[in-house]
Write a protein that binds this ligand. Sequence first.
Ligand code: PXP
Length: 241
Amino acid sequence: MPFLCVNVDHVATIRQARLGTEPDPVTAAAIAELAGATGIIMHLREDRRHIQDRDIELINRTIQTKFNFEMAATEEMQALALKYKPATVCLVPEKRKELTTEGGLNCIGNEEKLKDYLAPLHELGVRSSLFIDADPEQIEAAKKIGAHYVEIHTGHFADAATRPEQKKELDKIIKGIELSQSYGLKVNLGHGLNYINIKDFAKVPGICEYSIGHSIMARAIMIGLDKAVRDMIEIINSFVD
Ligand code: PXP
């Protein structure tokens, strides 16, 4: 059975809008774990636009399930991963101007570099994942790198404008999953998955984890808003007796 890992970056995005202390992504992580998530993901970006160093330090101390540290393959991030030894690192490409991770990592031609980058982490028992498009050449490169997992990018599938286009992307992903498995790579899926489109994967065998952030946080706001407003009205009403 596949598992759910929850990405809490958006909680940090709301906090950083006021540069304050709430909402706290580490608290959100604990709530997600209590609700049954089997892992927590945080992406510490070079520009620190959402997750902060303090979040990585705290999640490392409080995690009850497993922490998946999403990061660009930079020296700075490698040093942090060596310090905190998360259960998994997930290497992603990072562009300063992008709204979110826009595509998969380019592993082709970077096999030796990425293998060397991951080697000290593997030695410490940290497992590795490469966020890649469902491209057979990328999957082959991921195998050469010796990563434990590939996280196949589902963003193009999620963004497809029509059902036939979406089906085409789905087929590519399914072929990518099969190829990865034939190479002995474990497969996770992530990006743009929501409460509707995830159902397309119901019958696809061999998926280890779904990595989901945006749609869960979007739903949390909608479901939680009713109570949040009622709680504030109750306080205000208590002023008048
Ligand atoms: N996987 C990776 C590698 C990502 O970069 C992201 C977005 O931060 C996700 C999964 C989660 O995507 P979403 O927020 O669209 O569910």
